[in-house]
Design a protein around this ligand. Structure first.
Ligand code: SME
Length: 161
């Protein structure tokens, strides 16, 4: 996973490309390299609204382009500011199903200037697949995305990406 984090960090420094293209490529890289990553995407806080807006993603299209804070796994991470690892989505009451094939989910927040501005969301069709290695990878990726947004002066990623 360390090599994949290095590749992810390197990809995000290809500054001739638009950040939204870089984030889409990053989703594709993670999905291609990790067998248990089936849907990989970003949600960002939607301006001043208490909701998340879908950003770049790879995987099956989802109807959930807007998620209110507090709703589903993603909405809960928007208010908890903590990673959320779900080994079995069926065991969750507050869960928004995107596909009947999804068995597990992990959501890791992205902080810019100490503020939770969005998150990386991964759905898996494998049961209970996530370990500390996924958390380490995705926290590293989230930090690299935060650095990209800061360096590009993107203060409202939901509107700009
Ligand atoms: N399952 C998420 C909704 C987003 S989809 O996974 C793409 C949730 O419960 O918040």
């Amino acid at each position: 996973m360390n090599a994949l984090l290095n590749r992810s960090q390197k990809l995000l420094t290809e500054s001739e490309k638009h950040p939204s293209a870089l984030l889409l490529e990053l989703c594709g890289l993670l999905q291609a390299e990790v067998p248990h990553y089936d849907w990989v995407g970003f949600y960002f806080r939607n301006g001043n609204k208490e909701e998340l807006k879908l950003g770049p993603y790879v995987g099956d299209p989802t109807d959930h382009t807007i998620i209110p804070f507090g709703k589903g796994i993603c909405g809960q991470v928007a208010v908890s500011n903590s990673n959320f690892v779900v080994p079995d989505v069926k065991a969750q009451d507050n869960y928004i199903a995107c596909s009947i094939h999804v068995k597990a989910e992990i959501v890791v927040p992205i902080f810019v200037g100490g503020e939770n501005i969005g998150q990386i969301d991964i759905d898996s069709e494998t049961a209970d697949p996530f370990t500390d290695a996924d958390i380490e990878l995705l926290e590293g990726v989230a930090a690299a995305v935060a650095t990209l947004l800061e360096s590009q002066g993107i203060s409202d990623p939901a509107a700009e990406l």
